[in-house]
Structure formats: structure tokens, C-alpha cells
Design a protein around this ligand. Structure first.
Ligand code: FAD
Length: 418
């Protein structure tokens, strides 16, 4: 990964796009040592953006409104995501994945969110949570069993929350008790709010294998969705992300083999924290995509719509609002991709990831809300897509850690610095 990034950096800065001159001290072995801006992407990453943008506009966009109204994803679009390599972005090629970097996965999430945030959360959970958890901590057996399927045909869900444990996730009640010889685990309990659970073929499940040990008993499992005893409940009727299924899951005496354990028994809480830290950058990318989607869907209207004999976008009162929000979107873009680069470079990134997630959800909500206002009355109707972005963005301040929880994380890390 580091050598790929180094090469990428060299390619980027050697392009004739610098607007300043470099001195001899800026060169090392013939290569410039100047650093690229965080919004400068590699050729590979730019190619991902172009490809996903084109896919989202041709394959996804025509069906977005209908899927929102039907409250379901069309299976052929889900298949197309797999066919285009978007569900296994960082999975190595030997397992059938696209073998890209984390930034590319975020770019894919952003571009899909700019068209349909429901599909973006599916792609985000698959890439930033499930696939990476298996890559980082899965045994060879789990990697061989699941990575090829996750890359090519099997959607997944991340099953942490329960009715009584949301922000306080490790107060979970679901248990996975080992058999006397330790060869199997029997899972009992219920999960709530599980995204993509109607489509998923596998659940990354967190359950307590030693309740006496409290959170130190929490263990992660890769559970085949067809295992007897699993019941996927009725879809929640939601404000937004309506095409994305969000359901309760019940586990009744579900017996799984010990080789379904992901990583070490009792380390599930640690894996959940670590993977959600990364996942938050993916959510920031989703919120960035929503903000850009709402903004881009509105800008042409500011030129077309005339009042008082002039385009509404020519009023200074409108121009200042546009400038303000464009600035905030740019700030989110910098924060999101800076956090992604920090993660890729092995730097501590938790504070930056939380900041990106917190701020992106605020900006997405503000932009989508303003986009409705800029459209006037018609913006309040289903004729215009911005009302959907407004509904879809709200959950950005709730899932993968609410805004208060992000503030708590940021505050804790600042306190450690002082
Ligand atoms: C559409 C959707 C999809 C989801 N998908 C998934 C999924 O795929 N997998 C999964 O596991 N979960 C999922 N979730 C669950 C989500 O992660 C939780 O809803 C979230 O963590 C908040 O938990 P809660 O709903 O229990 O709220 P609570 O934890 O009860 O919080 C309620 C309020 O109290 C505040 N609060 C709580 N504790 C503190 C504190 N210590 N300090 C200050 N304020 C606090 C919160 O910020 C919030 O405002 C999803 C939720 C939604 C709505």
C-alpha cells in the first residue's frame, strides 16, 4: 500500500498542473518532494470516480425515485454493483476483488450517494465494515469462504445495535454460548436497525460469548444468513433511505461452528470500535455525496428561474448563500479525504474521522435544506430530487455513532492532547 501511494504521489506531482515553481531543494532523486493537495487523486482514483459516476448516472439514476417509492432495491442493480467490482473495492484480486485503496472505496461511496444514498450505505457497509473486518481479522478459512463471495455476489450486514444498546453498544444482550467441547456456539438474541438485512447473505454479528466477563466477552462472528433459527423481521418504515432495508433480526438457538468466529474470542468490542472508526470516513463520504448531489441538482435552476426579470442566481442574497455552502462542501471534502489518507498512511486518524463524520452530516443537512429553499415551492414536492436528499441525509447524524458520540470522541482526544 505504501509503495503504491508513493508511486501515485510521484505521478501526481510530476503532472504539469502545479501553479507554482519548485526549487532544487524540492526534488529528490529527480522526483519532486512537494506533497499533493488532499483533493488531488491518483490516476487510478480518478478512473474510479469517472467509472462510478457514469455507472450511477446510467444504471442507477433512472430507478432511484421508483425504488424510494417501492421501498426496495431492484436486484438487477445490486447485481450490477457486483459485476462492476464495487462491492469488493479493497479485496485482493486473488479473492476476486478490485484490489483498490480505501480512498477509492470512499470515492465510490461519495459518487453513489450523489445519486442514491440508499445504495451508498449498502456499498459503504460492505466495503468499509464487513470486507475489511474479514481482511484484517478473519482466519484463512473465513477469508477463503467469504471474501470471494463478498466481492462477487453476496451482500452483508453489520449487526451490532439492539433495542437496549445503541450508543452504549457493548451493553448488548445477544449471547453466543460455546458448547461444552468448544466446537460450536449457540446464538440467542435480537438485533435492531440492521441495514441491508433483506439482501444480505452473511451477517457480521457481535454477540457475547462470555457474559460474565461483560464487554470482554463480546465476540464477532460471520454467520451465513441461511443458518436455521435466523429471522429477518419487517422493514422499518423510515423518513429516508427508503430503498435500503432496515430490519430487526432474531436469533433463536442458532448453532454455528467455531470457525465462524472472526478473530479472537472476546475481542469483538475492539474490532467493532476499530472498524467503526474507519467506517465513519465512509459515512462522511456518503454525506459529502449527498451535499454535492443536492447542490448540483439545484445550481442549473438558479440560472433558469427568473423573478423580478432576472435569474434568481444573480441576486447577491442568493450568491452569498451559494458561496457559503460551496465553501462548507469543500471543507467536508478536505476533511473526508484527509482522514482517508491518514488512515491509509497508518497515522492516528480517529479524531479526524469523527470530525469528518460530524461535520459532513451537518453540512449535508444544511445543503439539502437550502436546496429545497432555493427551488421555492417546487422544491417541497416529489417532482424535484432535493426533497429526497433532505430525507436521506438525516440519518447521517445518527448511525455509526450519533453526533453527540462523535463530539464525545473528539473531546476525549483533545483532552488527551492538553
Ligand atoms: C437507518 C438506520 C440504519 C442503521 N443501520 C445499522 C446497522 O446496519 N447496524 C447496526 O448495528 N446499527 C444500525 N443502526 C443503529 C444506529 O447505529 C443507532 O441508531 C445509533 O447508534 C444510536 O443508537 P440509538 O438509536 O439506540 O440511540 P440512543 O443511543 O438511545 O441515543 C439517543 C440520543 O441520546 C444521545 N446520547 C446517548 N448517549 C449519549 C452520551 N453518552 N452523551 C450524550 N448524548 C448521548 C444520542 O446522541 C441520541 O441523540 C441504524 C440506524 C438507523 C436509523
Amino acid at each position: 500500500m505504501i509503495s503504491r501511494l508513493t508511486l501515485t504521489t510521484r505521478r501526481l506531482v510530476s503532472r504539469p498542473i502545479r501553479t507554482f515553481s519548485a526549487s532544487a531543494a524540492d526534488f529528490n532523486d529527480g522526483f519532486p518532494t512537494l506533497r499533493p493537495a488532499v483533493t488531488m487523486f491518483s490516476e487510478e482514483e480518478n478512473a474510479v470516480r469517472d467509472m462510478v459516476q457514469s455507472w450511477a448516472n446510467t444504471e442507477l439514476k433512472p430507478h432511484v425515485r421508483a425504488m424510494d417509492q417501492e421501498g426496495a432495491m431492484r436486484p438487477e442493480i445490486l447485481s450490477s454493483l457486483f459485476q462492476n467490482g464495487l462491492m469488493g473495492m479493497e479485496i485482493p484480486a486473488e479473492y476476486g476483488g478490485s484490489e483498490m485503496n480505501f480512498t477509492s472505496a470512499c470515492i465510490a461511496v461519495e459518487e453513489i450517494a450523489a445519486v442514491d444514498p440508499s445504495f451508498a450505505i449498502l456499498v459503504d457497509i460492505q466495503n468499509t465494515l464487513t470486507n475489511n473486518a474479514v481482511r484484517f481479522w478473519g482466519s484463512q478459512t473465513l477469508k477463503d469462504r467469504w471474501l470471494p463471495r463478498l466481492a462477487t455476489d453476496t451482500a452483508s450486514s453489520f449487526c451490532l445495535s439492539e433495542a437496549g444498546s445503541g450508543s452504549d453498544a457493548f451493553a448488548m444482550k445477544t449471547t453466543a454460548l460455546p458448547s461444552s467441547d468448544g466446537s460450536t456456539y449457540t446464538i440467542n438474541g435480537s438485533k435492531l436497525w440492521i441495514s441491508n438485512s433483506k439482501e444480505a447473505g452473511v451477517f457480521l454479528l457481535f454477540a457475547n460469548a462470555a457474559p460474565d466477563l461483560g464487554y470482554k466477552g463480546i465476540t464477532a462472528f460471520m454467520v451465513d444468513a441461511s443458518t436455521p433459527g435466523i429471522h429477518v423481521g419487517k422493514k422499518e418504515r423510515k423518513l429516508g433511505l427508503r430503498a435500503s432495508s432496515t430490519c430487526p433480526l432474531t436469533f433463536e438457538d442458532v448453532v454455528v461452528d467455531k470457525d465462524c468466529v472472526l478473530g479472537e474470542v472476546g475481542k469483538g468490542y475492539k474490532y467493532a470500535i476499530e472498524i467503526l472508526n474507519e467506517g465513519r470516513i465512509g459515512i462522511a463520504a456518503q454525506q459529502l455525496g449527498i451535499a454535492k448531489g443536492a447542490f448540483n441538482a439545484t445550481m442549473p435552476y438558479l440560472r433558469e428561474r427568473k423573478q423580478f426579470g432576472t435569474a434568481i442566481g444573480d441576486f447577491q442574497g442568493m450568491q452569498h448563500q451559494v458561496a457559503q455552502l460551496a465553501t462548507e462542501i469543500h471543507a467536508v471534502e478536505c476533511m473526508t479525504y484527509n482522514a482517508a489518507r491518514m488512515k491509509e498512511n497508518g497515522l492516528p486518524f480517529v479524531k479526524e474521522a469523527s470530525m469528518a463524520k460530524l461535520y459532513s452530516s451537518q453540512v449535508a443537512e444544511k445543503v439539502a435544506s437550502k436546496a429545497i429553499e432555493w427551488y421555492g415551492g417546487v422544491g417541497f414536492t416529489e417532482d424535484i430530487i432535493v426533497e429526497k436528499f433532505y430525507r436521506d441525509c438525516k440519518v447521517g447524524s445518527i448511525y455509526e455513532g450519533t453526533s453527540n458520540i462523535q463530539l464525545q470522541t473528539i473531546a476525549k482526544l483533545i483532552a488527551q492532547e492538553w
